[in-house]
Ligand binder design. Structure first.
Ligand SMILES: Nc1ncnc2c1ncn2[C@@H]1O[C@H](COP(=O)(O)OP(=O)(O)OP(=O)(O)O)[C@@H](O)[C@H]1O
Ligand SMILES: CC(C)(CO)[C@@H](O)C(=O)[O-]
Length: 303
């Protein structure tokens, strides 16, 4: 019994949290906002064997970029364990993470959603796609590692989240663009969990208005301008980020900030790719990622 699935990394440029305390169902919580999914992300392999003499009933290993915790994966696994009797089974879970963890690239949601699809395939549970998405969304919101990333990476592309919630409840509007390149530079992580717990209540005005503005313009350059405005508003801009933003702006290149990480991204026409890379390569303390939009969203991979 095996399953393999991929979920793209997702970057949020601005958002409005929906965490109404009276609303207890995790699937109704989430965020509105806008962002995009990229070609890199998380591939998860699940192998289910007999338990035999293992002490625990699962093992989670990570290839590529590493993480400090695995609570998001454990939440997803536990939801699937409720669907049947698997006492004599051993779940071998391997995440292959091709983007740095904690830098605003939605690695935790890509972990959750790729695992949810892979478990459905391995167990042959045949859940409908929205239910698979819901399990991953609930894991993210429960662990406070994200609010809208699962909904967004479920659909892929450059998206506006117009209604918050898990897949099947929340809705997105996809915006089509010319063929663009996405180049990012990542410096250091910012904990989304810490931000949601400590700062979220202070920041809930601007994101909703920006959603409406982007629905009008449907323009990726406008999206980036608003992302910079939002980053200043929530006060996450560091001097290092500001320096890059200034240099790109002086060269007529649009850019935005990935929430939440010390990460600057630039969505540009493909012809401008080298110009951006030349500028970013001077900053040797950052990790540069070159990508394109993933328009498909999370999916099972046929092995
Ligand atoms: N299986 C897992 N793999 C990776 N991270 C996990 C896992 N389970 C829980 N996490 C937690 O998620 C954190 C990363 O989430 P965080 O939200 O901070 O960053 P991100 O998902 O990379 O980016 P974003 O800011 O866009 O959400 C890790 O530091 C870790 O504590
Ligand atoms: C809270 C958040 C910015 C963290 O990545 C994201 O999940 C979102 O846009 O809801």
């Amino acid at each position: 019994m095996e399953g393999v699935a991929f979920c793209p990394a997702h970057i949020t440029g601005f958002f409005k949290a929906h965490l109404d305390n009276k609303q207890k169902d995790l699937e109704n919580l989430g965020s509105m906002g806008a962002g995009f999914s990229i070609k890199q992300g998380v591939t998860t392999r699940v192998k289910i064997d007999e338990k035999n003499n293992h002490n625990s009933n699962f093992r989670i290993t990570t290839k590529g970029y590493q993480s400090d915790k695995t609570d998001v994966s454990e939440f997803v696994l536990n939801e699937f364990l409720k669907t049947g009797n698997f006492e004599d089974k051993f779940f071998n879970i391997e995440h292959e993470i091709s983007i740095p963890v904690g830098y605003g690239l939605g690695s935790s949601s890509a972990v959750a959603l790729s695992l949810s699809f892979a478990l459905d395939q391995a167990l042959d549970t045949k859940l409908d796609k929205n239910t698979i998405g819901k399990i991953a969304h609930n894991a993210e919101v429960n662990c406070k590692t994200g609010l809208g990333d699962v909904l967004a990476s479920f659909h892929g592309g450059f998206e506006i989240r117009v209604k918050p919630g898990a897949p099947g409840i929340g809705t997105v509007k996809k915006i089509s663009t010319e063929k663009i390149s996405i180049i990012m530079i990542c410096f250091s992580p910012i904990s989304t969990n810490k931000f949601i717990k400590e700062r979220l209540s202070q920041i809930n005005g601007l994101g909703g208005k920006m959603v409406n503005r982007l629905l009008e313009s449907k323009d990726y350059e406008h999206f980036q301008d608003m992302s910079l405005e939002f980053a200043e508003y929530v006060d996450v801009m560091t001097p290092r980020m500001q320096k890059i933003v200034d240099e790109l702006t002086q060269n007529n290149i649009k850019c935005g900030i990935a929430l939440f990480g010390e990460t600057v991204f630039s969505m540009i026409p493909q012809k401008d790719e080298n110009k951006v890379l030349e500028i970013l390569q001077e900053y040797s303390d950052g990790v540069i990622i070159k990508s394109e939009l993933d328009d498909i969203g999370a999916r099972v991979l046929n092995n």
